[in-house]
Design a protein around this ligand. Structure first.
Ligand SMILES: Cc1cc2nc3c(=O)[nH]c(=O)nc-3n(C[C@H](O)[C@H](O)[C@H](O)COP(=O)(O)OP(=O)(O)OC[C@H]3O[C@@H](n4cnc5c(N)ncnc54)[C@H](O)[C@@H]3O)c2cc1C
Length: 455
């Protein structure tokens, strides 16, 4: 019997879809596609047992298995591999427990980030890591990519909020790692190892997370600058004052203009770059008052936003990545640099755009030194601009090598997936890569879990 026949008879036809539109819809995530492959089938697991049955069937035949949450990844981690089964966890979307006194929640992997936050809010709690995709992306996907987000400037990334995991290993067995307590140092930190492993070491089927307090007060500051570098310098000024905002987001003029075009806002008229800051908690007002003069001294026009406007600005920032699909003519990056190099790096990006004749816009989780430059070229008219893609590729490579030269990383939060494998060797040298390959071999000797991704 074929693998698809076996899965269908084991799980039933409602959980194993083979029709072309479904295969196509689950073939790729939101990253550029380097090697388009249709999966053999998409399995919609509804329980841990479904996941185990799927893994066992794939293991028995050496069939590649690609785990998938919401498919919002932008590194190609959830792209189907050749001859693979895509295992969607989206139907495993129950919040199994939310304990306000322990300040923890136990969730299935397909729970959408925003839904967990909605469930925590009535208890005065929140799940802090908030990727801009929080209304769509799943906790399982967030765990597998160690997702960051806006509030991570203060509250840390996904790894800082994950206490324990249920994981189905490559042989179909189920293990539990970590602890339900905030603290715990028994043995090696396998939970930390699975976080960010992009579906290459095991399938996450349960997640225990630590919740944080929903801040009673939030204060939003919009600092509009005459140029991008001054705005980047504002981030350092706030840090030197030793004030810790919850959110510190940076948008350049190109991003502001795009947002205006799509949403009808008037951001570009207010300045050439925006530093959007939110302080929160009982000290929100005092922190905002301490920050404001520093920003003004750095050349900003500063407004304290009323609630409705503030929410609108933050939502605009969250949606700012979604302007224009990425493809070979529009590529996005996810580098991070030490904060002290932010201004230098921003200057380098602007120079690169000029040197290579490409368009540039940048949004950044600036509090973490994590930048998302997008480079693009107009679709070339082959007779006029045949080297446009080469120039784009050169700008992209340069943006990565400069970030590394400044002590940065090629991926702050999106993961390596398929797309960034070409740069991994620049960041991690051979002894480390060899150790990673051996870890992979230990967990997945037959190499069926998301092959060709992450390492
Ligand atoms: C508009 C937009 C904004 C974004 N903003 C941010 C941001 O601010 N911060 C950020 O970090 N990212 C951001 N992203 C990227 C993306 O949303 C995150 O990487 C997110 O964590 C992916 O979650 P997902 O459920 O969509 O996972 P998918 O895209 O389905 O999968 C991502 C990876 O995780 C693996 N995986 C998924 N579920 C499991 C599981 N249960 N077990 C094992 N492996 C699994 C997949 O195989 C794949 O390698 C953004 C994306 C978009 C489109």
């Amino acid at each position: 019997m074929s693998i698809t026949g076996e899965l269908t008879s084991a799980l039933g036809p409602t959980k194993v879809l083979l029709d072309e539109p479904t295969l196509a819809a689950y073939a790729v995530d939101e990253a550029p596609v380097l090697d388009y492959q249709l999966p053999l089938a998409v399995v919609f697991a509804e329980s841990v047992e479904d996941v185990q049955a799927t893994v066992r069937a794939c293991a028995a035949r050496g069939v590649p298995l690609v785990a998938r949450g919401a498919g919002t990844g932008v590194s190609g981690g959830a792209h189907a591999s050749q001859g693979s089964i895509v295992l969607s966890l989206e139907r495993m979307n129950r919040i199994l427990d939310l304990n306000p006194d322990d300040e923890t929640a136990v969730v299935e992997p397909g729970v959408v980030n925003a839904d967990l936050n909605a469930a925590a809010a009535p208890h005065g709690l929140m799940y802090a890591p908030d990727p801009a995709s929080y209304k769509r992306s799943t906790i399982g996907g967030n765990v597998a990519t160690n997702a960051g987000g806006l509030r991570c400037a203060k509250y840390g990334v996904t790894r800082d909020s994950v206490l324990a995991l249920g994981v189905v290993l490559a042989d179909g067995s189920l293990i539990h790692t970590g602890h339900q307590t905030f603290k715990g140092v028994a043995g090696y930190d396998l939970t930390g190892l699975f976080v960010g492993s992009e579906g290459t070491l095991g399938i996450v089927v349960g997640v225990t997370v630590r919740l944080k307090y929903l801040p009673p007060e939030v204060h939003t500051i919009a600092a509009f600058y005459p140029d991008f570098r001054s705005a980047a310098a504002g981030v350092l000024a706030v840090g030197r004052a030793r004030v810790q905002p919850a959110i510190m987001e940076l948008l350049d003029g190109g991003s502001l203009a795009h947002l205006d075009a799509v949403h009808g806002s008037d951001l570009a008229a207010r300045g050439a770059a925006l530093l959007l800051i939110q302080t929160d908690g009982f000290g929100a007002d005092a922190e905002a008052a301490a920050i404001r003069p520093l920003l003004v001294a750095g050349g900003a026009v500063v407004t304290m936003e009323a609630n409705a406007e503030a929410e609108e600005l933050v939502e605009l920032r969250r949606s700012s990545r979604g302007v224009g699909d990425e493809d070979e003519y529009r590529v996005g990056e996810d580098v991070a640099v030490p904060r002290s190099r932010l201004v230098d790096y921003v200057a380098e990006l602007e120079a690169m755009a000029v040197t290579y004749g490409v368009h540039l816009k940048v949004v950044a989780h600036a509090g973490d030194g994590n930048l998302h430059p997008t480079f693009w070229v107009d679709r070339p008219d082959s007779s006029v601009d045949s080297d446009a893609l080469e120039r784009l590729g050169a700008a992209l490579d340069k943006s990565v090598t400069i970030a590394l030269a400044m002590g940065g990383t090629i991926t702050g939060e999106h993961g390596i997936g398929q797309y960034k494998l070409r740069w991994l060797g620049l960041e991690q040298k051979e002894p480390v890569r060899e150790l990673q390959r051996r870890i992979k071999e230990l967990f997945d000797p037959a190499g069926i879990l998301n092959p060709g991704k992450a390492i």
